[in-house]
Design a protein around this ligand. Structure first.
Ligand code: NAD
Length: 371
């Protein structure tokens, strides 16, 4: 249930929006302005203007019709200038990492969206919550279970919503896999193979530094495999065993793993094999059930995704993942004042516990209980 605080701030921003309907029709034609007739468009501020923010989320924010890019937070003044011009962002809605907390006083911003390196998510979610803003945060939500718990607590105490950018929950092929497997359309699922890896480029990037990334491919893309095993089975894993792969590039992989494999058992007896790598280009989900199978490949990247079952091709619409995600999240928020529960901070925390369990299993060689 929304708290009084979050309901109050939502109503405040709603009334602000409705009050602004007096603006002229030529201004209303601009997609970056907050109103469509009497309906409030939620103002989103992106924190961190790297490749995901620039190439995906900013695009989504020009395509969704219930939210828009209202503000930016960046440490680079040239980016601030470029983005302000491109997206018609007023100077008063542009922040840097030092003065970010002043966003508390900015009524244009309903939701702050954290798109920084993984280890920075914790700090900025806490600061956004303190500023009284609802928060979306990129995956993985944090670099430890403790951080994830603190992020959830901070948002609860501040009365703000916390969501994790699990875009595939809104993607049609993935939703169809969830339906087929969770509703046992092909019978009980007994085996899942899930692999996601790519050949990483620039050796200087933050993804190869444990202090910024929290780990290697498991944190970055293996998390999609963990998610997949949970949304295919609709269950939480009982235990995990895992192994690090060999380090073949000793200069690049000094602090994070180059690849990792794991095995998990689920309560309905489904077994899952997972693999994630910064060396192999691989992206696949295979679900084996009593009366058939499902395969997605590509399964996790921006698409178009492609799928087959034992009954033939899967026909699903090809969508821009980030647009349908933001559209759905904002729709639910406008209607209920809450973010969707299936992409909540608690969901992110469940993944963090499993990711840390996989690392512990690989490090110790032991079978780690997850319940
Ligand atoms: P990126 O390197 O392209 O961008 C990172 C941004 O953070 C840059 O603007 C950089 O200037 C800024 N930054 C601030 N402090 C920094 C520091 N100390 N070191 C490095 N950069 C710093 O990364 P990205 O690919 O945009 O990833 C950002 C987040 O988004 C990550 O958490 C990542 O996992 C997530 N992501 C999610 C998806 C998805 O499909 N959901 C896809 C890509 C990335």
């Amino acid at each position: 249930m929304p708290t009084n605080h979050s309901r109050r701030s939502f109503l405040q921003t709603l009334s602000l929006g409705v009050g602004s309907t007096l603006v002229t029709s030529s201004i209303l034609a601009n997609k970056n302005l907050p109103l469509v007739k009497n309906q409030k468009k939620l103002g989103i501020a992106l924190v961190g203007l790297g490749s995901y923010a620039k190439n995906q989320l900013a695009v989504a924010l020009t395509q969704a019709d219930n939210c828009y890019l209202a503000g930016i937070v960046t440490g680079t003044s040239s980016k601030a200038e470029e983005w302000a011009k491109k997206y018609n962002i007023p100077q008063k809605n542009i922040y840097n990492y030092q003065n970010f907390d002043q966003i508390a006083n900015n009524k244009d911003i309903d939701i702050v969206y954290i798109v920084l390196p993984n280890s920075m998510h914790h700090e900025f979610v806490l600061r956004a919550a303190k500023a009284g803003k609802h928060v979306m945060c990129e995956k993985p939500m944090s670099v430890s279970v403790k951080q994830a718990e603190e992020m959830i607590k901070a948002c609860k105490e501040a009365g703000v919503q916390l969501g994790i950018g699990y875009r595939l929950h809104f993607e049609p092929f993935t939703k169809e896999v969830m339906r087929l497997s969770q509703q046992k359309v092909l019978g009980d699922v007994h085996f899942v193979q899930t692999n996601f890896g790519f050949n990483i480029g620039d050796p200087a990037q933050w993804r190869l530094k444990k202090e910024l990334a929290g780990g290697g491919p498991l944190m970055d893309v293996g998390i999609y495999c963990v998610q997949a095993s949970r949304y295919v089975t609709g269950e939480e894993p009982l235990w995990v065993t895992a192994q690090f792969g060999p380090v073949t590039d000793k200069e690049r992989f000094t602090t994070v793993e180059e690849s990792i494999s794991w095995q998990m058992q689920f309560p309905g007896n489904a077994m899952v094999n997972g693999f994630s790598s910064y060396k192999s280009n691989i992206e696949q989900l295979y679900v084996s059930a009593n009366n058939g199978w499902i395969q997605l490949s590509p399964a996790y990247s921006y698409g178009p995704l492609k799928g087959r079952t034992n009954q033939g091709e899967m026909n699903q619409p090809v969508v821009h993942h980030q647009t349908v995600m933001l559209q759905a999240i904002c729709k639910e928020f406008i209607e209920t004042n809450t973010f969707p529960s299936h992409t909540s901070g608690e969901e992110g925390l469940r993944d963090m516990r499993i990711l840390m369990g996989i690392y512990e299993a690989a490090r110790t060689g032991k079978k780690i209980n997850l319940v």
